[in-house]
Design a protein around this ligand. Structure first.
Ligand code: GLC
Ligand code: CA
Length: 555
């Protein structure tokens, strides 16, 4: 499988045609029986990711950290956490990915550090020293009172008192994660140097963690403030100048009008990609409501994105399924549908995995995944979802959906040879989702498995550039349980695809206002003709419950 002649493409806009796969090092494969996945394990599994059809791997933080927030609490930006391996192991992993034509994007967590970081320790104990001003310190806890709390389940204030310094420090996340002070130019320099350190190693891009929160000014919300955008533009300019072809993806959970600002402007470009937080929860809403109305209006409201940019579309990730981007009524309804147990909620969201959320029902899973692969932008898959892994709501916080990857039906699901009680988290152990029921090895030989379905779909999508780079135009449907849009090639050359998704649980007849009269349509998956548009450019279709189709428009 390993073909040493493959290398990553030199296309500058590679990220527009890529399928990304998020996996945490500790969750994938343990090779030294200490119960934690490691870079040697990541290296072993590169062939699997290549086989699956992944173009880019997103690694959440793997740096020195007390691991009180899954590693998003960084104590040293330039050191690999020894549990995960050495820097040489990381280098070998990166080279191995590149040799297989896969890119590697790493998390860049610059809004805050761990309170264990030496900068913070120096800032606490030496207020007039070089790091005295690296964090946001005040004598009282009253400033910035307009700023909301994000971790509503654990934090009651964005300020915490430090005994050593006798002052309060600002934090948007856990109180052990003090926010860096971007008003201080020395912080800019320090952050730029860390970026260069990893770019120099050859990483292909950064996910900009918690990026809206860099600056906070009195009377404002501390989200998406103008100097935050200026800093991102500065980082982008450095990368364009010194490391062209590398990419930035914004984690900005913001409303449509604000999230597009993270792409920047032609004069001051910012990120190449931004996660599409507005669309994601509406997919889950539609699946239960049986209507596509909310999804259609969210897609309609999405502002145009600049030339060369791309959405990062996703269904699940290592965090909760956030419900910040839906109305209060929709949120209440979604809690009712998707969080029957109070334990399933966390903050403003739901801490469950894709398969259990969708009743482990292939029709719903296939519909959601097919839509994910059709929407404008590049899909981000979450490890384990390709085999329909489950979660463990008895674990704390977001650990519910961060359990070990299930490779086989053997001990510890083939993840580790450590004693079960030494694992970083236990394997899922239910009848439906435990490794005896859900694992890679048993799905590989089964052509009908969700694993092979995913692999086949990625292969199909890869042959059709239009899904990555094409335009999207919504198509009017006579039945509001149906979502339909046309993906057309940017350049005018190549296939045009009509995408159709029925959220109804009953068969429906629908008329789609495709626009062009007398075009024939061919189902991409089956290769079968499915009819033609009439004189008025309308296509009539009978759709099975939760059906989806990719239909190529004929001449
Ligand atoms: C981001 C990460 C999340 C983390 C938080 C604080 O939202 O995705 O996992 O807890 O930032 O770093
Ligand atoms: Ca290990």
């Amino acid at each position: 499988m390993n073909n040493s002649t493959i290398t990553v493409s030199t296309e500058p806009e590679w990220y527009r045609k890529a399928v990304f796969y998020e996996v945490m090092v500790r969750s994938f494969q343990d090779t030294n029986a200490d119960g934690y996945g490691d870079f040697r394990g990541m290296i072993e599994k590169l062939d699997y990711l290549q086989w699956l059809g992944i173009d880019a791997i997103w690694l959440p933080p793997f740096f020195q950290s007390p691991l009180r927030d899954g590693g998003y609490d960084i104590a040293d930006y330039r050191a690999v956490l020894p549990t995960y391996g050495s820097m040489a192991d990381f280098d070998e992993f990166l080279a191995g990915a590149h040799a297989r034509g896969m890119r590697v994007v790493i998390d860049f967590v610059i809004n805050h550090t761990s309170d264990q970081h030496e900068w913070f320790q120096a800032s606490r104990t030496d207020p007039t020293g070089p790091y005295g001003d690296f964090y946001v310190w005040r004598d009282t806890d009253t400033a910035f009172s307009n700023v909301r709390i994000i971790f509503t389940d654990t934090e009651t204030s964005n300020w915490a008192y430090d005994e050593a310094r006798g002052q309060y420090y600002w934090h948007r996340f856990f109180s052990h994660q003090p926010d860096l002070n971007f008003e201080n130019p020395a912080v800019h320099d320090a952050v730029m140097d860390i970026a260069r350190f990893w770019l120099e190693k050859g990483v292909d891009g950064f996910r900009l963690d918690a990026i809206p929160y860099l600056y906070v000014t009195e009377g404002n919300t501390g989200e998406s403030e103008p100097p935050t955008h200026e800093f991102i533009a500065k980082l982008r300019a450095m990368m364009d100048r010194e490391y062209p072809g590398r990419m930035l993806v914004a984690e900005a959970c913001q409303q449509p009008q604000e999230v597009v600002d993270y792409f920047g402007s032609p004069e001051a470009p910012e990120c190449h990609m931004a996660f599409n937080f507005p669309v994601m929860p509406h997919i889950f809403y539609s699946l239960r409501a049986g209507t596509a109305a909310g999804l259609v209006s969210t897609l309609r409201e999405l502002p145009e994105t600049p030339q060369g940019s791309a959405w990062g579309v996703f269904l699940r990730n290592h965090d909760e399924l956030t419900l910040e981007m839906v109305t209060d009524e929709q949120r209440a309804q979604m809690y009712e549908w998707y969080s029957p147990e109070p334990r399933m909620k966390v903050n403003v969201g739901i801490r469950r995995r894709l398969a259990p959320l969708l009743d482990n029902d292939r029709a719903q899973l296939d519909l959601a995944n097919a839509l994910l692969l059709s929407l404008p932008g590049s899909p981000f898959l979450y490890y384990g979802d390709e085999i329909g892994m489950g979660d463990d709501i008895w674990l704390d916080d977001r650990d519910a959906s961060r359990t070990p990857m299930q490779w086989t039906d053997g001990a510890n699901g083939g993840f580790s040879e450590a004693p079960a009680d030494a694992l970083y988290l236990p394997l899922v152990s239910t009848e439906t989702f435990g490794p005896h029921a859900v694992n890679v090895a048993s799905q590989e030989p089964n052509p009908a498995s969700i694993l092979n379905w995913t692999r086949d779909m990625l292969a199909l999508r890869r042959r059709m550039d239009v899904f990555g780079t094409g335009t999207m135009t919504l198509v009017e449907a006579s039945n509001d349980s149906v979502l339909s849009f046309v993906r057309a090639p940017e350049s005018g050359r190549g296939d045009t695809v009509l995408c159709v998704f029925s959220f109804a649980t009953e068969p429906v007849a629908v008329e789609l206002a495709v626009g062009s009269p007398h075009v024939t349509l061919l189902d991409v998956v089956s290769g079968a003709p499915v009819g033609a548009t009439d004189d008025s450019g309308t296509l009539a279709l009978e759709l099975a419950p939760r059906a989806w189709h990719w239909l190529v428009l004929g001449p």
